[in-house]
Design a protein around this ligand. Sequence first.
Ligand SMILES: [Zn+2]
Length: 158
Amino acid sequence: MSSKNIIIPIEELDLTDLSSADQELVEHAKAAATDAYAPYSHFRVGAALRLNSGRIVTGSNQENAAYPSGLCAERTALFYAGAKYPEDPVAKLAVVAMREDGKMANLAAPCGGCRQVMLEVADRFKQPFSVILAGEKSAKIISDCRDLLPINFDASSL
Ligand SMILES: [Zn+2]
């Protein structure tokens, strides 16, 4: 018998300690969150991607009465970027969540489906990208999005 431990490096920073470019990306994610359609969860999520070209693409959660038909903010942005700018790799992703009262949630952790999509986008471009999970005052940064899904379809990490 053998066992393995999976370690996910996560850097924690105050928002003010982020680079100005990363703060800008978080602001884009916050703005996107206000455009969410979230009449069921009342939880508005915004995602902002910076592509290699410098272009910023945003997305927000879009819910639907037929729940599985809705889509998360992260995938809305990633799929839009893939559809509109298929040759422009993702360099960074910022995610925020806003509660119904308009205050930021402490952390918006992507769901498993979004983690799988992030992993495949990184593999597609052979370019891992970092993920900023921003709260009201601080952020957690995962430097390689693939670390968020260590046991995936490929499972080469095992
Ligand atoms: Zn998701």
